[in-house]
Design a protein around this ligand. Structure first.
Ligand SMILES: Nc1ncnc2c1ncn2[C@@H]1O[C@H](COP(=O)(O)OP(=O)(O)O)[C@@H](O)[C@H]1O
Ligand SMILES: O=C(CO)[C@@H](O)[C@H](O)COP(=O)(O)O
Length: 504
């Protein structure tokens, strides 16, 4: 049977997305599978990888069925996933406990201790990243100190995409783009650093061998085929970090090109061909060989709207039954009626502490500027502007680090909002191109599979065939002038409140 299609799987924070693409990047069908984030204590955020797998199985079956193709027509599968998991599996491949995810900051005191003992500069020199609790590193040590019954059974530590690759193929892998989660990963050489592993107290035996993201790690097993509806024997590539796959799926593969992301998390990734680290930012390898991504990664992105909708949109959900407009679309409508600058309201989007560039796990979300004249529309718009202000903050720090962004290429669910994308363009003063919103990340994963199985000659060919511009936003100089003032308030607000945002 002719192998004409590629399948991409994305382990996002709010849901897994699966999509099947043809060679030109057209989406034949897509499906989502939702799962919860558990917040058992303040600062904790966990997910159950077995729930990811169930969601992947359901969404993959649904996608193939909706596409109306035979599973045998799929030439390859690529998987991408959220960063900084610490999925502990035993010798039989059983998940030993829920994994703390990238939003989880429970291990702050372990980071403080290691930064003191080893030296924050020494750790940064090897890893290109400052040691913070959101990364995988301290989570593994947390198991040792707080869950010895789990720790003593650990065979390997996996990342989100490598766990799904394992469920599909039985192969235990670690791709190069997710290496940045561990501070014993040498960010200049792209391999584990044995000495730093030892200093940090991470057994080398826990860490799978590093491979390229487009490396075929195995084929779908008979068991996985029955569970998820793929054909036994379909090649699976290692895949990579979701932000990096979304970057590829948004067409960012050359130095200086920049992705802007609005999934649960927000931020941006600037593509570079030289090692350029800054302790205030995040550095990873791109999924495209020979490139790095200098990232701004915030905790509040699309997730802010998701939270707002969940807590405050009962009315809009009720109205959906009458008008057919989704609650998110209705929130966009009321926000659009409010002027840029939100009549002085400012929102700090630090909804799970904050990652770059302030790195404060105790930071909190703040609405500033409420009065009796303010409406729900003001609150929605302030949320959108706050996320865009954190994007500008990261871009300015990246500029200080020597990485300038000119045009931003958006990806993730937030790019569905024309208003939010325009706000981001106005606040940053940068043009924004939108190739695809919901399917950019799965497209990136599918491209990795395509390059891995020889469906595409190289990344240039894959991107030129599959990535199309769907719309473009130009910054408005008038709005930018208003937002320049809002930005100063935003910075000032955190500076004034930071002394209250500390450990209890
Ligand atoms: N029309 C919209 N307006 C505003 N936000 C939206 C809209 N559509 C989707 N989003 C946001 O996109 C986010 C989901 O993006 P997605 O890329 O699927 O996330 P993840 O990969 O983290 O699961 C949600 O948090 C949601 O609030
Ligand atoms: O940390 C990063 C990238 O470095 C985040 O992008 C997370 O990987 C979460 O991704 P989403 O669930 O928001 O897509």
């Amino acid at each position: 049977m002719k192998k004409s299609y590629l399948l991409g799987i994305d382990i996002g924070t709010s849901a897994c997305k699966v999509a099947v693409f043809d060679r030109e990047g057209r989406v034949l069908a897509a499906a989502n599978g939702a799962y919860p984030v558990y917040y058992p204590h303040e600062g904790w955020a966990e997910q159950n990888p077995e729930e990811w797998w169930s969601a992947v199985c359901q969404a993959t079956e649904e996608t193939i069925q909706k596409a109306g193709i035979a599973p045998e027509e799929i030439a390859g599968v690529g998987i991408d996933g959220q960063s900084w998991s610490a999925i502990a599996i035993d010798q039989e491949g059983k998940v030993l406990t829920n994994t703390p995810i990238w939003m989880d900051t429970r291990a702050q005191s372990i980071c403080d201790r290691l930064n003191q003992e080893i030296g924050a500069d020494e750790i940064f020199k090897i890893s290109g990243n400052s040691l913070q609790p959101s990364y995988s590193t301290a989570k593994i040590i947390w198991y040792r100190e707080n869950k010895p019954e789990v720790y003593e059974k650990i065979y390997k530590i996996l990342q989100s995409n490598s766990y799904i690759a394992f469920k599909l193929t039985d192969a235990i892998t670690q791709d190069v783009s997710q290496g940045y989660g561990l501070h014993c990963f040498d960010m200049k050489k792209g391999c584990w650093d044995e000495e730093m592993c030892e200093q940090l107290g991470i057994p080398m035996g826990f860490l799978p061998e590093i491979c390229d993201c487009d490396h075929v790690v195995g084929t779908v097993t008979a068991k996985a085929a029955t569970e998820c509806g793929l054909a036994e024997g379909t090649p699976v590539v290692a895949g990579g970090l979701d932000a990096a796959c979304g970057t590829l799926g948004a067409g960012v593969i050359h130095t200086g090109e920049t992705q802007e992301q609005g999934g649960q998390a927000g931020g941006m990734s600037i593509c570079t061909d030289e090692y350029k680290a800054d302790p205030r930012l995040i550095l990873s390898y791109h999924v495209v060989p020979g490139k790095w991504l200098l990232q701004g990664g915030t905790t509040g992105g699309g997730g802010v709207m998701r939270w707002f909708e969940h807590e405050f949109a009962d009315y809009e959900r009720m109205m959906k039954e009458q008008t057919g407009a989704s609650s998110l679309d209705q929130l966009n409508e009321i926000a659009e009626k409010v002027a840029p600058g939100c009549d002085g309201m400012v929102f700090l989007p630090y909804m799970s502490g904050e990652r770059s560039p302030i790195w404060n796990p105790y930071a909190k979300g703040v609405f500033y500027g409420l009065d009796f004249a303010k409406t729900k529309g003001h609150m929605v718009r302030a949320c959108m502007e706050g996320v865009a202000l954190s994007l500008r903050h990261n871009l300015e720090v990246a500029e200080e680090a020597g990485a300038d962004a000119e045009v931003l290429r958006s990806m993730g669910g937030s790019a569905n909002s024309l208003l939010w994308t325009q706000i981001k363009s106005d606040i940053t003063g940068k043009p924004i191109v939108v190739p695809a919103s919901d399917t950019a990340t799965t497209l990136g994963a599918a491209i990795l599979a395509g390059v891995g199985v020889g469906f595409y000659k190289d990344y240039d060919e894959a991107v030129s065939l599959t990535v199309k511009e769907t719309r473009r936003h130009e910054p408005s100089p008038e709005n930018k002038a208003v937002y320049d003032k809002t930005y100063q308030t935003y910075l000032e607000l955190y500076k004034s409140l930071a002394h209250m945002m500390t450990a209890k």
